[in-house]
Design a protein around this ligand. Structure first.
Ligand code: DC
Length: 223
């Protein structure tokens, strides 16, 4: 069997990674792996303030968790213990908890292994913070998306409005900046581009433009 193809898409909160990963997965016929959802699921399962627990207590809970993938393309579903994850992990609070547990080496070790195991037999678009730099350093195609925090907060605001979950723009901006700070400065696998990633500043680009840009880079390299 040929080696699975891996495309990595990294970047800060609210930059549009999930939407783009789904678009790419659909176009390229690959599964997609939302690794932020894995950190959110772990944070949600462990619960509030779990990041202050002793490492062994966290490790014990993690050992009982099994991640899986079902379906393909944009319809790929991430499973935890055989069940699809729902909207319960999508709140801003769980996003911050995820950022907190993501500073812990015991959690990062566990999820890195789970992510590599999922990609061992499945070609996929992997999106997160450290996909190109740490988890899949040998991936064939690596991208790092960025945008001004104010623009990312605006995008998240519109997305939440569409979901019927109105939010406060100033509060969203503060949350995004706090999460950025923590994700970029943590000791373990901080958010930063892999040396061989193509960096795309999306502040002034719409989704279609970013998608076309990435797709062209993949096709050019594959030729
Ligand atoms: O992409 P997201 O907003 O769903 O991610 C939630 C948090 O999970 C994010 O603030 C940091 C953490 N995370 C990480 O540390 N590494 C990843 N590969 C993905 C997410």
């Amino acid at each position: 069997m040929a080696e699975p193809l891996i495309v990595t898409l990294d970047g800060p909160a609210g930059v549009g990674k999930s939407t783009l990963a789904k678009m790419l997965a659909k176009r390229l016929g690959l599964a997609f792996l939302d690794t932020g959802a894995m950190f959110r699921a772990v944070a949600w399962r462990l619960g509030k303030d779990s990041w202050t627990w002793p490492e062994e207590r966290i490790a014990d809970t993690l050992h009982g968790l099994r991640f899986g993938l079902a379906g393909a393309g944009e319809a790929t579903q991430l499973l935890l213990d055989g069940r699809a994850l729902g909207q319960e992990i999508r709140t801003e609070d769980v996003g911050m908890w995820a950022s907190n547990v993501a500073t812990l080496p015991v959690v990062r070790r566990f999820l890195k292994k789970a992510q590599q195991d999922l990609a061992a037999s499945t070609s996929l678009v992997a999106e997160g913070r450290d996909m190109g730099s740490v988890v899949f350093p040998a991936a064939r195609h690596k991208f790092f998306l960025d945008a001004d925090p104010a623009e990312r907060a605006r995008r998240r605001f519109l997305q939440l409005q569409e979901l019927g979950r109105p939010a406060d723009l100033a509060e969203l901006t503060a949350q995004i900046e706090a999460r950025d700070r923590q994700d970029r400065t943590r000791a373990e696998a901080p958010l930063k581009p892999a040396p061989d990633a193509l960096i795309v500043d999306t502040t002034d680009l719409d989704l279609e433009e970013v998608f076309e840009h990435i797709l062209e880079a993949i096709i050019t390299k594959a030729d």
